[in-house]
Each structure stands twice: as C-alpha cells, then as structure tokens.
Design a protein around this ligand. Sequence first.
Ligand SMILES: Cc1cc2nc3c(=O)[nH]c(=O)nc-3n(C[C@H](O)[C@H](O)[C@H](O)COP(=O)(O)OP(=O)(O)OC[C@H]3O[C@@H](n4cnc5c(N)ncnc54)[C@H](O)[C@@H]3O)c2cc1C
Ligand code: FES
Length: 255
Amino acid sequence: MAKRIEDFKIEENRRLNNDIFILEISGNSYFPSLKPGQFAQVKVEGSPETFLRRPISIHDIDYERNTIKMLMQIAGKGTEKLSNLKKGETLNIIYPLGNSFSLPAENSQVLLIGGGCGVAPLMFLGKYLKSKGYKPEILLGFRNSNRIIEYDEYSGIGPVYLTTEDGSKGEKGFVTDHTVLKDRHFDHICCCGPESMMKAVAGYCFKNQITCEVSLEHLMACGFGVCLCCVVDTVKGNLCTCVDGPVFNTKELKW
Ligand SMILES: Cc1cc2nc3c(=O)[nH]c(=O)nc-3n(C[C@H](O)[C@H](O)[C@H](O)COP(=O)(O)OP(=O)(O)OC[C@H]3O[C@@H](n4cnc5c(N)ncnc54)[C@H](O)[C@@H]3O)c2cc1C
Ligand code: FES
C-alpha cells in the first residue's frame, strides 16, 4: 500500500490521566483503507533531540469525519512534546505503516487482550471485527483502578473483563490470572501490551492450542524497512518489525 506523508490538524487533545492522552487529528484528503494493527510515524516538530519520528498505532478511525485517534502514553521527550499539542496545530505523519491483525476463521470466539497503553490498537481492531460480524470479547489489565482507561468505549464493542494488579477493580492479578481464561475457550487471541504480558499470553495460547497474534512495540527509527534497527528473531529468520510486523503470530516468534 502506498505510504503518505501528510499534515493533519489537531481536533482534540484529551487527557485520560496523568500520562495518557488521545490526539484526534483530521486530514485534508480521504484516507486510504487502513487496517487494525497499522501505525504511523509521527513527527515531533521543533525538537532536535527527537528528530526521529515516533511510531504510534492507529487507535480509532472515523471515515465520515475524516479523523484518526491516537492514544499515547508519555514515555520520554517525544511523547511529552506531543502531549502539549493544541487544537488547530499541525501533526505530520507517515502512514499507513506495517501489517495488520489477520481476520480470524469464521465463527471464531475472539478475545482481545490489552495491558496499560497497549490497549491502543485494540479499539480499531474490536470495531473492525464487529463490523465484519465477529463478536469480540475484551480482557484488559491495569496496575490499579486509577489507571483504567476507555472501559465504556470497549464495552460498546463487546463484554469487557478486567484485572488490576492490586485488585482495586475487576479481578486481582495479571490478565493471564483472569477466570475467563479458565472457564471459557477462545479460538483466536489478539494481544498488545508490555512484552512480559504478551509472552505470558503466548504461553497460555500455546498450551491451549489457540491462535495468538501480538503487536510488538520495538524501538524503531525509519519505520519502513531501511535502518534494520527493529529486527526480530523468528522461525523465518530475522524480520523487520516495521514492515513484516508489528503484528506477528506467536508461532513465528522465537520467544
Ligand atoms: C508499532 C508501534 C506502535 C506503537 N504504538 C504506540 C501507541 O499507540 N501509543 C503509545 O503511547 N506508544 C506506542 N508505541 C511506543 C512509542 O513509540 C514510544 O513510547 C515512543 O516512541 C517513545 O518516544 P519518546 O520520545 O516519548 O521517548 P524516548 O525518550 O524515545 O524513550 C523513553 C523510554 O521509552 C522507551 N521506548 C522508546 N521507544 C519505544 C518503543 N517503540 N516501545 C517501547 N518502549 C520504547 C525507551 O527505551 C525509553 O526507556 C508504539 C511503538 C511501536 C513500535
Ligand atoms: S525501523 Fe527501520 S527497518 Fe524497521
């Protein structure tokens, strides 16, 4: 798919908590057809220390309003700067980049698992699967109840199961401790979050013969297969997370 470099206008910058915010941006031209799991390379203007673009997932898309949402966590200087963007300012992005989550087999029981800010690509994915006739369910894990984001929005897609590490909301523990994984069978799990969480989910899927796809958040520089800084070791050899991923079937990863 052709890549575009485009200036978008900030429509809204909404804080969800101390360090997580959503940028809603609007484009001048109609979007190409975007797929869940794809990302954009976002330019941080006026910041020589962060001259490399930052990879950020497509969180949600509204084709009628011609807007894209990006959910971001402040991790360092780049995302801090982006968190200060104001309505009407410009954001330059290269998109769409990377592959996407695959469509599960027909009638599959699908579970989306997200941890912390790793819920970012799952909103678009959940809505997309629902529009294709699937009934995705969602399992979200957070550190504590103050860190929970977008519970109501995910509830609009399907049943939401929740864990918090301190038990302040939902079941206590990690996503892999949730009873839904013991009581129910799923055919297809899509997961995004901290690598330790994705590895635990991959282990659960391997034991239970469930198809598992994860979205890797490796460090990236170019975002389109030139610099080789995002290489991941797979059963097919070294692959670039930015062009061959970020979504991988965990059977392919040497974890
Ligand atoms: C395909 C892809 C999609 C992503 N989608 C999102 C998203 O939707 N929302 C979001 O908030 N973040 C997302 N990330 C992570 C995001 O790109 C980094 O947090 C961001 O680049 C950090 O930039 P910074 O200048 O703020 O921090 P830096 O100063 O560059 O780094 C701060 C800290 O974050 C770590 N870090 C830097 N880049 C990454 C990375 N790619 N993954 C994990 N840790 C990193 C650094 O090692 C350092 O410890 C995604 C990453 C990838 C590869
Ligand atoms: S980020 Fe440059 S090759 Fe992947």
